[in-house]
Design a protein around this ligand. Structure first.
Ligand SMILES: NC(=O)C1=CN([C@@H]2O[C@H](COP(=O)(O)OP(=O)(O)OC[C@H]3O[C@@H](n4cnc5c(N)ncnc54)[C@H](O)[C@@H]3O)[C@@H](O)[C@H]2O)C=CC1
Ligand SMILES: O=C(O)[C@@H]1CCC=N1
Length: 275
């Protein structure tokens, strides 16, 4: 695969393209972006070919087209890109990053079976996204492997059942925002207790990073490590009790559940545009 096309050079499309470029410095990139300042910035960053005025020409140029527009843009975009050269279009892989939008909807709207649904997060730009992947059933194993190889620079890729993509959207695509909310809250707590913001932020980031690394390196259950930190009658149990009183775990679980529900809703809306 030598050429990729990006439609929508926003936050996620740019992050994914950076990751691919990092592992494949010589890959050719083409892009279509309607916002003039984003278009110019992305054209410059990726030394890309500009398909903004003619996205319908992208499928016959690219081996893989990455769709990174908002889900509601899909129907209009599909009509624009699939009709010029249906034969070429049917040979191109279409990788959709659209929240909620199912493989079946992509298949029906685009009229192609060479579709792949991915749910990354913004850490793709530093190759640390945990990304869920669901393939069209029609895609042969060899093609699946080629796609996984091309996107390996985003970070770990999890091949999932389609229905599980809603869960990974909540945990990863959106969940990185929940982790950042926690970092911000920890930082502000540190500021309240007298640390300058910069030092508090550095400490909060370091602590969250090290907590994740501890789980990974020791293989211990998070709760087991928590119990090692909580000295009887000590400081930590005070804080752990406060989090429990304020329903911290329940709040985070509810955030995941409602986010997954919203992903399903977006899926329904793209199934039946206009409703
Ligand atoms: N932002 C995130 O963290 C994540 C976003 N996603 C998905 O990625 C997609 C893009 O999200 P963001 O990057 O956050 O949005 P964004 O708004 O930053 O980027 C979308 C871009 O598409 C452009 N665009 C709209 N219509 C277009 C068209 N017809 N042709 C060319 N360009 C067009 C817009 O000008 C904009 O720059 C969404 O479907 C979202 O569900 C998935 C995972 C994470
Ligand atoms: O909030 C959203 O809809 C997108 C999808 C996952 C992360 N951002």
């Amino acid at each position: 695969m030598k050429k990729i096309g990006l439609i929508g050079a926003g936050f996620m499309g740019t992050a994914a393209t950076r990751a691919i470029r990092a592992t494949r410095p010589n890959i050719d990139i083409g892009l279509a972006e309607t916002d003039p300042s984003r278009r110019l910035a992305a054209l410059e960053e990726f030394s890309a070919s500009d398909f903004s005025g003619n996205p319908q020409d992208m499928p016959s140029w690219a081996d893989v087209v990455i769709l990174a527009v908002k889900p509601k843009e899909l129907p209009g975009l599909a009509t624009a890109i699939r009709e010029k050269d249906p034969e070429a279009f049917n040979k191109t892989f279409i990788v959709s990053l659209l929240a909620g939008t199912t493989v079946a909807t992509l298949h029906r709207t685009l009229g192609s079976e060479r579709v792949i649904r991915m749910m990354p997060n913004l850490a793709a730009q530093i190759s640390q996204s945990v990304t869920g992947v669901a393939f069209s059933e029609a895609l042969p194993e060899e093609s699946r492997q080629e796609i996984l190889q091309l996107f390996s620079g985003l970070g770990p890729l999890l091949s999932l059942e389609e229905e599980q993509i809603h869960a990974i959207t909540a945990l990863s695509g959106s969940g990185i925002a929940f982790a950042l909310e926690f970092i911000q809250a920890l930082t502000l707590g540190g500021v309240k207790e007298g640390l300058p913001y910069g030092q508090a932020l550095e400490a909060a980031c370091g602590v969250v990073r090290s907590a994740a690394n501890l789980v990974a390196h020791t293989g211990q259950h998070p709760q087991e490590i928590v119990s090692q930190v909580c000295s009887p009658g000590g400081t930590t149990i005070e804080g752990v009790h406060t989090l429990a009183e304020n329903r911290f775990q329940a709040a985070v679980m509810e955030a995941v559940t409602r986010t997954a529900r919203r992903s399903r809703e977006l899926g329904k809306a793209t199934e039946e545009p206009g409703k």
